[in-house]
Every structure is written in structure tokens, then in C-alpha cells.
Ligand binder design. Structure first.
Ligand code: DLL
Length: 439
């Protein structure tokens, strides 16, 4: 039996780079860094301008440490150059576009060449392998298919691994449960909150399911949630991390040790910075994760500020991988939150609300979790005139608001109209989001 056919998992050939000696890994990183900086400088106007402002050229990068001199890239740069302004490849070389939500109504667009798709597939194969997924497994892929990177990212990785992939996408709980039971599913990919929702229903199912591994990500979740999932279902729950701007899922993943996420450092170079000053912090210190893509062609990202707060773990991992780990991501340094896998900025909700006549700029967003499913309620103050209107008129405003929010976010949320001055005013930064989701 060839090593590719090893049904017991063991080792996958694509994982060899997970174990490179650090010195060799750093050579690869430096060589790739120099070439990606040159590519971005030559082909992306925004990046070249920022380099020139700092009197830098690609030749300024002679060592890995020189990365710290380079300018940061932020989400607003993608928005400001919407849709294609950061592309470093001509359209004829781009084979795929995905999109994710930006800070305003417009999404941010990300692009892939054929080689980029190949790298993505590779890191997803390595991710699955690290979670003990192998040929012979049946993967129920409940990440959304579409502009979101989760669905197709996991799909192609699973197929390339040689597993059977069921492209069920998100939603439709009854069908998910039927498929899980009837198709002999052994691996589930979904957001942790959606799996929690499925488990509520699974408990009502009489026949046992055979799910062994869960590959959960796209939103923050806690160790307590892992313990709950593992104890209640017997599924081994692994954390997978990624973001559209960098590639999608597969930037980092847990291994059998379940002690932090290994970053695929041969493709994504991590730094941790102080979000207030931008200064690089030493390993072991908590800060904002900054990533540089080392092999991306269509859209190289140089020092991309993820806004995700974490710590680079300096100690080597018991699994033997030489790739450094980050601690699980529990929060962000901006106000973005994630509900049912959708990234939401309060500013998007605000823009939608204020489009509707009769609303006041005072609102709050309440997040709860019912039966494992995230719920979002927007409470917004309306003018005294609207508030004293008859029920029918109030309902009409409420519907308009729910439509406006759905237009921007793509999900239906509950909207409540409240009396003027009933939402607490803050003395400093307004606290727009009240997150009551536990575990
Ligand atoms: O969520 C990619 C993905 C798909 C990752 C499937 C894992 C699984 P975006 O929609 O661009 O991409 O959202 C990226 O989601 O910056 C984090 O704030 C958050 N996030 C992603 N994975 C995790 C995780 C995908 N494991 C944003 N833990 C990121 C905590 C996560 N937060």
C-alpha cells in the first residue's frame, strides 16, 4: 500500500514541511519573502507608494528581521482599492474570486491564481492530516459554499487528501442529520456554534452517528466549548483558523496535542504586534497577529493586520512539528463579531439602520445563543412620532429595518423598536454589542 493510501492516518507526504528544521524553514521563508515583496512592489501601486514613502526598495529586505520595517496592510486598504486594486496578477491568470464582509456595505474581494489554489489545497490537506483525517474518511462539509472561503477551501483539501467529501454547505438541520447518519460521516467541518446546534438535535436521534473528528473554525470558541462538544458527542474537536485576505481556512490548525494552532509558516509569516503602537512583540506576549503571505501570487499581503488577538507560543510542540503555534483566538482588537459564520461590523448595521426614516442613531446589538444557534437582535431607538404610531405603522418600520440589515449582512435578524432615550448612553466609547453567548 502506498503511503498515500495509508488509511490509518499516520503521516501524509504533504505534511513533510510541517517538520522542517527551523533553520531550513527560515531559509525558505527568507527566499519567499524577498520574492513576494518584489512582486508586490513591482505590481501593486499602493504597496510601492508606501515603500517609497519610507525610502525602501525590495533590496532593503535582506534578512527576515527586515520585515518589521515594511508598511502594514489593513482591511480598509482592500475596501479603498475595491474591487481589484491590490491584485498583482492580470485577470487572465486569476482563476477564482472570493469575498468577505468589509467594514461598510461593500465586501472585500480576494483573488487566486491556479498556483494560489494549489497552495490552498496543500495547506488544507496538511490541516486535515494534522487533525487525523485520512483517506477513507467521509467528510460532511457544512461550511458555506459560495463567496465565503470555508466551503470550497475545505472541499478541495478534503478531496485532495483522498477523503469522500459531501458538499452539503450550511443550514437545513434535518438534512444534515440524515446525511450524517445515512452516509456514514466520520468527519464534520462547520463553525463550532453550528455543530453545537446540530448536537442538540443529534441527542434526539436514536441511531448512533460515527463522527470521529470535527474541524471547527471561522469564529472564536472556547476551551469550555471544546470540552462540552467532546464530552457530549465523543467527537474530537479541532480548531482551524484562517481569513479570506490571507487565503481562507488553512492558515493554522491544531494537531493531536490540541495545544494551540500550528501556523503554516512556510506560506504565512507571522508577527505579533502591539495593536496600539504597531511595535513587534516577542514570542510569548499577547498581541495582534500580523501575517505576510510568502507564496501568494494574485494578491500578496504584506504585514496584514488581522485584528485577531493571540500569542505565539515559543515552546516546541509534543507532536514534533516545527511550525510555531498560536493560542486559540478569543477576541479581536476591533469591534467585528461573528454570527452564524458571518463577519459583522457594528458600522454596517448602523449604516443600514440609518437608511430608514424615523430611526435615531442610538442602537445596540444583543447576541444570544438559543439551542446552540446564534441569535442577533438589533434594538434601535425611533423618533417620538414613530414610537407613538399605531401598531401597523410600527410593524412596517420594523420590517423595513430588518430588510435593510439583511441587505447588508445577508442574514435575517430580529429588530426591536424602542423608545427615544431608552438605550443607555455611554460616556466614552459606545458599547454597541452585548454578547450574551455563553461557552
Ligand atoms: O472565516 C475562513 C475560515 C473558514 C476559517 C472556515 C476557518 C474555517 P473570513 O470570513 O475572512 O474567513 O473571517 C476571518 O474569522 O480574522 C477571525 O477573526 C475569525 N476566525 C476564523 N477562524 C477562527 C478561529 C474565514 N478558529 C476571521 N477562531 C478571522 C477564532 C476565527 N476566530
Amino acid at each position: 500500500m502506498s503511503i498515500w493510501n495509508d488509511p490509518a492516518g499516520g503521516f501524509h507526504p504533504a505534511s513533510f514541511a510541517d517538520y522542517l528544521p527551523r533553520a531550513r524553514l527560515q531559509e525558505v521563508q527568507l527566499q519567499r519573502l524577498r520574492s513576494v515583496v518584489a512582486r508586490a512592489y513591482d505590481r501593486v501601486e499602493l504597496f510601492r507608494r508606501r515603500m517609497e514613502e519610507r525610502k525602501l526598495t525590495p533590496a532593503s529586505v535582506g534578512r527576515l528581521e527586515d520585515l518589521a520595517q515594511l508598511p502594514f496592510t489593513v482591511k480598509a486598504d482592500l475596501r479603498d482599492t475595491y474591487p481589484f486594486g491590490l491584485f498583482a496578477s492580470p485577470m487572465e491568470e486569476i482563476v477564482r474570486l472570493h469575498a468577505s464582509s468589509g467594514t461598510t456595505g461593500k465586501p472585500i474581494v480576494v483573488a487566486y491564481t491556479r498556483e494560489d489554489i494549489e497552495v490552498w489545497r496543500e495547506v488544507m490537506v496538511r490541516s486535515f492530516a494534522a487533525c487525523g483525517v485520512h483517506r477513507g474518511d467521509v467528510i460532511q462539509n457544512a461550511y458555506g459554499y459560495g463567496l465565503f472561503t470555508g466551503g470550497l477551501g475545505a472541499h478541495y483539501g478534503g478531496e485532495a487528501l483522498g477523503a469522500t467529501v459531501i458538499p452539503i454547505s450550511g443550514g437545513n438541520t434535518d438534512r444534515q442529520l440524515m446525511v450524517m447518519k445515512d452516509f456514514g460521516v466520520t468527519v464534520i467541518c462547520s463553525t463550532p456554534s453550528y455543530f453545537l446546534h446540530l448536537t442538540e438535535h443529534m441527542q434526539a436521534m436514536r441511531s448512533p452517528v460515527h463522527v470521529r473528528v470535527g474541524v471547527f473554525g471561522a469564529e472564536p470558541w472556547s476551551e469550555a466549548m471544546r470540552q462540552r462538544i467532546q464530552a457530549d458527542t465523543g467527537v474530537r474537536a479541532y480548531d482551524i483558523y484562517g481569513l479570506s485576505e490571507i487565503i481562507g481556512p488553512g492558515v493554522g490548525v491544531e494537531c493531536a496535542s490540541q495545544a494551540g494552532l500550528h501556523l503554516f509558516e512556510d506560506h504565512f509569516l507571522p508577527e505579533i504586534i502591539d495593536p496600539a503602537t504597531g511595535r513587534v512583540l516577542p514570542d510569548g506576549t499577547e498581541g495582534e497577529l500580523v501575517l505576510t503571505t510568502l507564496s501568494k501570487q494574485a494578491m500578496p499581503m504584506i504585514r496584514y493586520r488581522t485584528r485577531d488577538v493571540t500569542t505565539l507560543v515559543p515552546e516546541p510542540c509534543a507532536c514534533g512539528r516545527t511550525l510555531r503555534r498560536i493560542k486559540r483566538i478569543e477576541r479581536r482588537s476591533d469591534d467585528m463579531f461573528i454570527i452564524r459564520g458571518v463577519n459583522v461590523f457594528p458600522s454596517q448595521v448602523e449604516t443600514a439602520l440609518l437608511q430608514v426614516e424615523g430611526t435615531l442613531p442610538h442602537y445596540e446589538i444583543v447576541l444570544t445563543r438559543e439551542k446552540g444557534l446564534d441569535q442577533m437582535e438589533v434594538r434601535v431607538e425611533v423618533t417620538p412620532e414613530v414610537f407613538s404610531d399605531r401598531m401597523r405603522a410600527l410593524e412596517a418600520v420594523q420590517k423595513k429595518l430588518a430588510d435593510a440589515v439583511e441587505q447588508v449582512l445577508g442574514i435575517r435578524v430580529a429588530v426591536s423598536l424602542v423608545e427615544p432615550r431608552s438605550i443607555a448612553r455611554s460616556e466614552g466609547k459606545a458599547k454597541r454589542v452585548i454578547d450574551r453567548r455563553t461557552i
